[in-house]
Design a protein around this ligand. Sequence first.
Ligand SMILES: CC(C)(COP(=O)(O)OP(=O)(O)OC[C@H]1O[C@@H](n2cnc3c(N)ncnc32)[C@H](O)[C@@H]1OP(=O)(O)O)[C@@H](O)C(=O)NCCC(=O)NCCS
Length: 181
Amino acid sequence: MPNELASEPSGHALADLGAAKEAQTQFRHPVKSDGQRVWRLVRDCAPLDENSMYCNLLLCSHFAQTCIAAERNEELVGWISAYRPPEDKETIFVWQVAVSSAARGEGLGKKLLSELLACEGAFGAKYLKTTITKDNAASWRLFSSLAKSRLAPMRDEPWFDKNEDFGGQHDTEHLVTIGPL
Ligand SMILES: CC(C)(COP(=O)(O)OP(=O)(O)OC[C@H]1O[C@@H](n2cnc3c(N)ncnc32)[C@H](O)[C@@H]1OP(=O)(O)O)[C@@H](O)C(=O)NCCC(=O)NCCS
């Protein structure tokens, strides 16, 4: 089945979200028909870059095994997109994490990361990498909280540069590496 997650979540995944919320929330890999809803959620989660809908359809198809959707009452409340970089087999690279404004601060973002690390698509990954702009406090806290709970080192360095790479259109993205996990 393309969208099944392991039936037994990891201990880390269980610890992130309260029991009541856990019971209300379903975590699964996306399918093609999720593409539009994912596009809307990401659009509504500033400061994330708005993607083309085509890009979200690709994520929900070719990259479904390393992406996770969280639903409550059939509503998409959380999303994480990730992939295994072809030249870096020991890494899982997280592109975007989005939690709907009504569901923030409950541990859902961290739970999505835990579900991702526990799923088969992340098997063998020693490092989690992502990029964060300096001003995204929620994102820094989310990833440092993950590193802390895994007792894993976390480091960062400038990667996609504001002027050199983005032509001044976007703040510098810092490459964050967590691991070895
Ligand atoms: C970043 C985001 C995904 C966090 O989701 P969330 O479900 O609210 O996060 P959690 O409840 O799992 O919190 C994880 C940690 O981050 C902290 N945190 C969450 N929001 C925060 C904020 N606005 N400011 C500071 N810290 C914050 C929590 O206190 C928690 O820390 P702790 O584990 O040390 O107690 C969510 O705010 C969001 O979708 N933001 C818009 C999109 C974005 O910036 N995505 C991240 C870039 S990829």
